[in-house]
Design a protein around this ligand. Structure first.
Ligand code: PEP
Ligand code: MG
Length: 888
């Protein structure tokens, strides 16, 4: 039989899968000799067994009672002992942190007798009744399922009757009356009495925490964070310590350095005479941790010492929850702390300088997603007056949206396509859907460790919290700040880096990191951050095996990609060169009735194409440029069929003869109409049925190469054939390409030798890659089409049509058009790589679908043995960073 319970003295940080993150770290701190209230952890395995069967696993009760006895013996008191009760907290703690998503029950062990003992032992009657009141309320709602609003109503009624503003105005006898009222409420709502047996309280609390794994908000959070649904949570049962015993007590949250900027120095929030929950909930405004130095210098010094110990031990930023009970410091939790992208880069660089980690470890601690966030623009506030309100810069970035005042409204408007900012006094886990839907979260209360701040940071969402000048009225659906009233729907700009809120939609400026990539200059502003990013990029470049190229089809994009570190162009889509003015020439080519007419149109296109290629080859001089022959269905260059038909019909309805050009176009459009154009006449098929098209494009490329060579350049054009199904297609087109290359070489007297390769973007091509490789100098996976044709999903339609249902049902965790589907599409890639290389060992292989810039997919392509990834210019730095991380 598995073992379900571990004492804190038995576990360690490497046991997070079994003990959850919190349990593993409590055990680690216990082993390090830090002052952790004693306790034990019920494993995630017990939770999984409970969720699978719906009943308490065999043997669990016995194990819990055994560990409880050990705790009781050490404490010299029994759980709920009437004259001096041992009290316990019961908290969730999953493998991955899910802040506030699951349940916590405090003060287990109090009942009608032991509350009196607690009052006597603590010398504080009010405290004892307040603790009992909290237990009955938490247990009643969490374990017994009574709507928590009903408890709040009773509390509100009592406060009104006593004429007091908050619960601190209620005295011991008020609270004793409240306990009775709560117990009666539970009896009425459930037909059951609040259990007086401490052992039963404990047992039921543990099971309720198990159940909270499947609460709606926990599921939503997991989906958003891609946390698997089948992990289950551990449960930590720990001796209670009290931060609410008076002015010499309190609770706080601390970070070993600033989690927003990464700057060194302890940092956090403290609330005196309060329990930890009060700090995180942001119910009262906290004071900065420095204040503790004044209030209780001894505890402060101890805390700083423990923080240093933890940071040296974990070799990373740690966040900590602590409680001071009558001048005695207790560590309640630690973990490697969440941080903003900016802080991640800054801390990684700092820790290298402090010799705590190696440059390779530093690289492992940053990621492409964070880098992408740092490349976001920020607001341009130059010349603007003071903001409407200031708050704490809790999660950086710039966001604009309409102010909304509850989660449901945020979800509703966002679903209709509107950008919104969720404005609340403070948030709680029920606000999660609205936070997901919003561009930014703005609260008037709570510190940087409040729920809003922690959750928003985790989601990479802009957040300003504790903006005290804001008076939020969720009922009237408006807020006022500095005399200005902002009604629901009014557009506001939220700057999570500065902690400011402004009216209207502010203009944006590039980020310092983006400017660095653009210019190579570090600049003054954010010099530390830019330096940290530059160091991570340098490290990534020195270890990565994958090359990184860009998808670019203009000289400007090519030049930018090169500045961003691209080592060539992996995909130059020539169709983008056929737009605008040139459309007329394409139209003429399509409408041509004779060879001569078609040749004339192609002759018109030739010099334009040649000039495009000359400029792109110049921008990428010395680096490979993979130019793809025309790919999309030709009708994309003609007017819309319906519009054209309506125009012709309307003219005819007036009794006029239609414009002959329109009539001719309509006839062509009708002739070329396809039900499934993405599976129709496109890709290599065009080259095989439209005479002269391949020859014109290849001539333009070859002449451009000759021209660049003549000018002393080093052009490295590669010619790529799209949408191959069968090797025979490639064979025919390649012969044509080589004929034209030879022709141009002879005409110009300059040897033009371009490798000819193919895209692999259809399953058949992947499955017959061995044969295709004999005709191809290189492969480039077109994973957009390969995903479309492997799944049978139209890449243009599905995301709107049914992907959200698929994501909800867990059929996939992320769109396969965003992150490569390793099992299906990835398998085809692996087959094609293996068979392609077996046939031609020097085959160059890359990828140029969108996946080339997606972090997870980059890791897959590294593992699959590709030579390079190619992605949009802006994602080049991200791909470089991730390619480096993949090689660690
Ligand atoms: C692809 O299919 O992945 C690809 C790069 O080609 P396109 O997106 O142009 O079809
Ligand atoms: Mg394609």
């Amino acid at each position: 039989m598995p073992r379900y319970v571990y004492d804190f003295t038995e576990g360690g940080r490497d046991m997070a899968g079994l003990l959850g993150g919190k349990g593993a770290n409590l055990a680690e701190m216990t082993r390090m000799g830090l002052p952790v209230p004693p306790g034990f952890t019920v494993t995630t395995e017990a939770c999984r067994a409970f969720l699978a069967t719906g009943s308490e696993p065999d043997g669990l009760a016995r194990e819990i009672s055994g560990h409880l006895t050990v705790l009781e013996q050490a404490a010299g008191r029994r759980l709920g002992q009437p004259d001096d009760p041992l009290l316990l907290s019961v908290r969730s703690g999953a493998r991955f942190s899910m802040p506030g998503m699951m349940e916590t029950i405090l003060d287990i062990g109090l009942n009608d007798d032991s509350v009196l003992g607690l009052a006597k032992a603590s010398g504080n009657e009010r405290f004892a009744w307040d603790s009992y009141r909290r237990l009955v309320q938490m247990f009643g709602s969490t374990v017994m399922g009574v709507d928590s609003a009903l408890f709040e109503n009773v509390m509100a009624g009592l406060k009104e009757a006593r004429g007091v503003g908050d619960d601190l105005g209620l005295d011991a006898s008020d609270l004793a009356g409240l306990v009775e009222a709560y117990k009666e409420l539970i009896r009425q709502e459930t037909g059951e009495y609040f259990p007086q047996s401490p052992a039963e309280q404990l047992r039921r609390a543990v099971l309720a925490v198990f159940e909270s794994w499947n609460a709606e908000r926990a599921r939503v959070y997991r989906r958003r964070e891609h946390i698997p649904d089948d992990l289950g949570t551990a449960v930590n049962v720990q001796t209670m310590v009290f931060g609410n015993l008076g002015a010499d007590s309190g609770s706080g949250v601390a970070f070993t350095r600033d989690p927003a900027t990464g700057r060194p120095g302890v940092y956090g929030d403290y609330l005196s005479n309060a329990q930890g929950e009060d700090v995180v909930a942001g119910i009262r405004n906290t004071v900065p941790l420095d204040e503790l130095q004044r209030l209780d210098p001894e505890s402060y010094q101890q805390l700083c010492g423990h923080m240093r110990t933890l940071e040296n031990h974990y070799r990373d930023l740690c966040d900590i929850e602590f409680t001071i009970e009558r001048g005695r410091l207790w560590m309640l939790q630690t973990r490697v702390g969440k941080r903003t992208a900016e802080a991640a880069f800054a801390i990684a660089a700092e820790l290298v300088d402090e010799n705590l980690i190696s440059p390779a470890e530093a690289l492992a601690r940053v990621n492409g997603e964070g880098l992408a966030r740092l490349m976001f623009p920020r607001f341009d506030t130059s010349g603007l007056g003071a903001p409407l309100a200031h708050g704490l810069p809790a999660s950086p970035g710039a966001a604009v949206g309409a102010a909304v005042f509850d989660s449901a409204e945020a979800v509703r408007r966002a679903a209709a396509g509107e950008k919104v900012v969720l404005v609340r006094q403070e948030t709680n886990p029920d606000d999660l859907p609205g936070m997901v839907a919003a561009q930014a979260v703005l609260t008037s209360r709570g510190g940087k460790t409040s729920h809003a701040a922690v959750v928003a940071r985790g989601m990479g969402k802009v957040c300003v919290c504790g903006a005290e000048q804001l008076s939020v009225d969720p009922v009237a659906r408006r807020f006022t700040a500095n005399g200005v009233t902002v009604e629901e729907g009014t557009v506001i700009s939220v700057d999570g880096s500065e902690g400011a809120v402004r009216l209207g939609s502010l203009p944006l400026v590039d980020s310092a990191v983006m400017r660095y990539f653009e210019t190579g200059e570090q600049g003054e502003r954010s010099a530390g951050l830019v330096d940290a990013v530059a160091r991570a990029m340098g490290q990534a470049d020195s270890v990565r095996r994958l090359g990184v190229r860009a998808n670019a089809d203009t000289p400007e994009d090519a030049a930018r990609a090169r500045r961003f570190g691209a080592e060539g162009i992996g995909l130059c889509r020539t169709e983008h060169m056929f737009l605008g003015e040139r459309r007329k020439l394409v139209e003429a080519m399509i409408l041509a009735r004779t060879d001569a007419e078609r040749d004339r149109a192609l002759d018109g296109l030739l010099p334009l194409q040649r000039q495009d290629f000359i400029e792109i080859l110049a921008a990428m001089d010395g680096l490979p440029v993979t130019i793809r022959l025309l790919d999309p269905p030709l009708h994309e260059f003609l007017p819309d069929r319906t519009e054209l038909a309506v125009r012709v019909a309307a003219t005819e309805a007036h009794g006029d003869a239609p414009d002959p050009h329109d009539a001719e176009l309509l006839e062509a459009v009708n002739r070329m109409h396809e039900e499934n154009p993405m599976l129709g006449l496109r890709g290599v098929r065009l080259g095989l049925v439209v005479p002269g098209l391949v020859a014109m494009q290849v001539r333009a490329i070859a002449e451009a190469v000759a021209e660049r060579k003549r000018a002393g350049g080093d052009p490295k054009a590669e010619i790529m054939v799209p949408l191959i199904d069968a090797v025979e297609e490639l064979h025919i087109v390649r012969a044509e390409v080589e004929r034209v290359l030879a022709e141009v070489s002879a005409e110009t007297g300059i040897a033009v030798d371009c490798p000819v390769g193919t895209m692999i973007e259809l399953p058949r091509a992947a499955l017959t890659a061995g044969r295709i490789a004999r005709e191809a100098a290189f492969f480039s996976f077109g994973t957009n089409d390969l995903t479309q044709t492997t799944w049978g999903f139209s890449r243009d339609d599905v995301e709107a049509a049914f992907f959200s249902a698929y994501l909800d049902k867990g059929i996939f965790k992320v769109s396969p058009f965003e992150t490569i589907d390793r099992d299906g599409v990835g398998r085809l890639v692996e087959i094609a790589v293996a068979e392609g290389r077996a046939a031609r060992p020097d085959l160059k292989i890359g990828v140029c679908g969108e996946h080339g810039g997606d972090p997870d997919s980059v890791h897959f392509f590294h593992g699959a043995g590709l030579d390079y990834v190619s992605c949009s210019p802006f994602r080049v730095p991200i791909a470089r960073l991730e390619a480096g991380r993949a090689a660690l």
